[in-house]
Design a binder for this molecule. Structure first.
Ligand code: ADP
Length: 489
């Protein structure tokens, strides 16, 4: 038996996992990553730390597997949009990695927006002018960190997967199309890096990687790393990998990952969607040069709200306590919690919005607040469902994953408020599973993603049971609270 080694490089930790070809998780290793916050709004990582810890986790998995011969291939998935600057001769970082959460280019993006560039950016990239995406950060770094320009032709820039591939192979400089589609430098409809976008963000083409498929031959690892070379055969950004891992392969199929934030993607097949409701278009995979697309909605605050209740308010000791608390009261008691603690993402895109708990009276208890916090997840998802519907991509069912969906009460509330069946796989590490599926296809273990979807195990379903009048009252209560938050009430 040979295994698929998956590298899952996340925002707060990096992991390596060993999958059997039937999708069974055999083993995993994980290391936490240091988060650097040099000033408000700035978030950085040390790419050297990411590499060292990723390599250590991957090596541990090779040992667990019983040696290099037991590894069929490697799949990589990663935090998207974060950019790394390195010396292409040594692989050593030349500057901090700028993380997707970093807002340092808010002014640059606002100025480009005011100058009327957003329509062009959206038409070409499927994205909006927001610091979330890498392009403006690369342009900023080239202007502000002199060592990058001094490196001349030795400077290489890329998102995390391209840095890992460079280190793993000892020099290849490539980025898969899903990761490249998050830079705002790529025309995602038909081509690659786009001259108009490169000049808008002041990024020279020569420092960027080659854009590749998500499955196939991506090079082999340096023999010194694992004893013998291993083929890298699959690669995708984390949300795209989760979409694949959830088996959302047909147009209309939708997944929602509730982790720190919540990310929802609806598969649209070969059709490049153009949102009129502030959703993003993104490449969900590229295979044999052909692209499939998805419509994406990102919610900035999901599980982080529960962390905040725990760590800052001290309302709960552990995240799962929110479930019995929510069940302990008959309803939210009129309390609504709009979790705009770092602004509101899709479909509002209001970075300036701030959070609000409304409807407090002396009869409100911490159980009502915990319940309102969980209810906010279904409401944020419902706002997105409305936007997707208006874009002609309404959801028929929703496949959920991420750390928060261990909460049964929340899963049921999602089904109730969205008024559709919600499906939760028994194995919720869908991101890693998606990378394993891609690597399996790339290595020829499976003929297609549809075949590889056999790796996905059993699922549990939640069906709507809520009284329609109660649901209607919840939806009205939430819209009123959002209107107050946005200052339009
Ligand atoms: P990420 O991958 O973004 O780091 P995870 O998918 O591991 O996040 O999810 C962890 C998040 O889920 C944390 O923010 C935590 O507060 C939240 N969480 C975990 N378990 C529960 C639960 N039972 N109920 C509500 N929230 C939970």
């Amino acid at each position: 038996m040979r295994y698929i080694l998956v590298i899952d490089e996340g925002t707060t930790s990096t992991r390596a996992m060993l999958f059997a070809a039937d999708g069974k998780l055999m083993s995993s290793a994980q290391e936490a990553l240091t988060q650097y916050y040099p000033a408000p709004g700035l978030v950085e990582h040390d790419a050297a730390e990411i590499w060292t810890k990723t390599l250590a986790c991957a090596q541990a998995m090779v040992t667990q597997a019983g040696g290099t011969d037991r590894i069929a291939c490697i799949g990589i998935t990663n935090q998207r949009e974060t950019v790394v600057f390195w010396d292409r001769r040594s692989g050593e970082p030349l500057a901090p990695a700028i993380v997707w959460q970093d807002r340092r280019t808010a002014d640059i993006c606002a100025a480009l927006k005011n100058a009327g560039h957003e329509d062009m950016v959206q038409a070409k990239t499927g994205l909006l002018l927001d610091p979330y995406f890498s392009g403006s950060k690369i342009g900023w770094a080239l202007k502000n960190w002199p060592q990058l320009m001094e490196a001349g032709n030795n400077l290489a820039v890329g998102t995390i997967e391209s840095y890992l591939v460079h280190r793993l192979t000892g020099g290849a400089h490539m980025s898969d199309a899903t990761n490249a589609s998050r830079t705002a430098l790529m025309a995602i409809g038909s081509s690659g890096w786009d001259d108009g976008l490169l000049s808008l963000f002041d990024v020279p083409r020569g420092i960027l990687p080659e854009i590749t498929d998500c499955a196939g031959d991506m090079g082999t690892t340096l023999p010194a790393l694992f004893g013998r070379p291993i083929k890298i055969t699959g690669m995708a950004g984390d949300q795209q990998a989760a979409t694949i891992g959830q088996g959302c392969l047909e147009p209309g199929q939708t997944k929602a990952t509730f982790g720190t934030g919540a990310f929802i993607l609806t598969q649209t097949g070969r059709r490049l969607p153009q949102s009129k409701n502030k959703l993003l278009s993104t490449i969900v995979w590229q295979l044999n040069g052909e692209r499939n697309y998805a419509l994406e909605g990102s919610v900035f605050v999901a599980g982080s709200l529960i962390q905040w209740l725990r760590d800052d308010l001290g309302l709960i000791g552990k995240a799962p306590e929110t479930e019995p608390l929510a069940r302990s009261v008959a309803d939210n008691g009129g309390v609504y919690f709009v979790p705009a603690l770092s602004g509101l993402g899709a479909p509002y895109w209001r970075p300036d919005a701030r959070g609000m708990i409304s409807g407090l009276s002396f009869s409100a208890t911490k159980a009502h607040i915990a319940r309102a916090a969980l209810e906010a997840m279904a409401h944020q998802a419902h706002d997105l469902k409305t936007a997707y519907g208006a874009d002609g991509c309404d959801w028929q069912e929703l496949r959920i994953d991420g750390g928060m969906v261990a909460n049964d009460w929340m899963a049921q509330d999602l089904a109730d408020i969205l008024d559709i069946t919600v499906e939760r796989p028994a194995f919720i590490e869908t991101t890693a599973l998606g990378a394993a599926m891609l690597a399996g296809v790339g290595a020829g273990l499976y003929d297609s993603l549809a075949d590889a979807a056999a790796m996905r195990g059993p699922v549990e379903k939640f069906s709507p049971t809520i009284n329609p009048a109660v649901r209607a009252a919840r939806l009205t209560g939430w819209s009123d609270a959002v209107a107050k938050t946005l200052g339009v009430a």
